[in-house]
Ligand binder design. Structure first.
Ligand SMILES: Nc1nc2c(ncn2[C@@H]2O[C@H](COP(=O)(O)OP(=O)(O)OP(=O)(O)O)[C@@H](O)[C@H]2O)c(=O)[nH]1
Ligand SMILES: [Zn+2]
Length: 311
């Protein structure tokens, strides 16, 4: 029987079959792992697994996972259990929605760009959602307008919402309908609040952003998938700060800054990293204002964090 993983809690997985039957399943034996990644979790939320009834158990709602389907895509972050280990956050998404805020807590452009690059490398389209519209004053509204213009020009959809007073929620619903969407964002931006608006009755716990630091408190601990009442599925992730940029060689990074793509082939050197090389078309475009200077800063910053020696 085929089933989809909705939640993973250590060695148990909550799965749902195509006929909406739910089971608590566990793995038996060791599976062949994805060859290109060393992950600390063999099965992730969103995985499609083969299950069989667990005959050793009187509880008919238990099952054994006997196989795992090939992943269409997956997103990883560095594992807390070792530098070179990866934790698969989720698999088989149609898109990701990055929840941001201009205020309480402010989402940095560096963080947004890091997420966009990772998602682009994994071929996952991203929608940017700026929440807490109700607390934006003129300064914040201007900042949002500036970011909206920038990211729109690159080709990203960007929405403005307020979970507090239901603004922009219809647009969010329309984009989520019938798709499997990963929802990500810093702790405290309002992911749980948005999910509660989208799925009344679920009643996820939300917690006030802690006083002076403006940093959110973590109220969510592990990824979980939900069926949306209007069709589609939503994967909620723990207050994700970093998705590690793991599989991207230095030489490829600029390809995932979508607005750089048209310039890359015009650089004098075909292995140009767009930092100090002569005849760099990307740097020329930055100087001309055709590529946003902050995006270029994000590019250079991320490039520095890539440790492999690729050229
Ligand atoms: N003013 C305002 N506050 C909001 C809005 N959405 C959420 N909040 C508040 O922001 C705080 C954090 O919201 P959560 O929904 O818990 O944030 P989260 O992203 O789920 O946080 P984690 O679970 O830690 O990842 C709570 O105090 C919410 O009431 C909004 O649209 N406007
Ligand atoms: Zn260049």
């Amino acid at each position: 029987m085929q089933a989809t993983v909705y939640k993973s809690t250590g060695s148990w997985y909550a799965v749902k079959t195509t006929t909406d039957e739910t089971f608590q399943a566990r793995m038996r034996g060791v599976f062949k792992k994805d060859e290109d990644i060393t992950s600390t979790n063999p099965i992730a939320v969103g995985d499609i697994v083969e299950i069989a009834p667990d005959d050793s158990d009187a509880n008919a709602k238990n099952a054994i996972i006997t196989g795992i389907g090939a992943r269409k895509n997956y997103i990883v972050r560095s594992s807390p259990h070792g530098k070179n280990k990866k934790h698969i956050v989720a698999a088989n998404m149609d898109q990701a929605m990055l929840i941001c805020t201009v205020k309480e807590p402010r989402t940095s452009q560096g963080f947004i760009d890091r997420f966009l690059v990772t998602a682009a490398a994994y071929h996952i389209p991203v929608i940017l959602v700026f929440n807490k519209k109700d607390i934006y004053r003129e300064k914040e509204a201007d900042k949002f307008a500036e970011l909206a213009a920038l990211y729109n020009s690159i080709g990203y959809q960007i929405l403005l919402t307020s979970a507090a007073n239901d603004e922009g929620i219809d647009e969010v619903r329309a984009l989520l309908k019938d798709k499997t969407t990963l929802m990500a964002g810093h702790s405290g931006v309002g992911k749980s609040s948005l999910i509660n608006v989208l799925m009344p009755g679920l009643d996820l716990k939300t917690k006030a952003v802690s006083g002076w630091s403006g940093k959110g408190l973590h109220t969510t601990t592990s990824a979980e998938m939900y069926d949306l009442p209007f069709g589609g599925r939503l994967i909620d992730t723990p207050g994700v700060r970093e998705f590690g940029i793991v599989d991207i060689p230095k030489a490829e990074l600029s390809h995932y800054f979508l607005e750089m793509q048209p310039y890359i082939s015009q650089c004098q050197f075909n292995n140009c990293l767009h930092i100090n090389e002569p005849g760099c078309a990307v740097k020329a475009a930055v100087e001309e204002g055709d590529i946003d200077a902050d995006r270029y800063v994000s590019y250079a910053t991320i490039l520095e964090t890539i440790t492999e020696d690729q050229y």
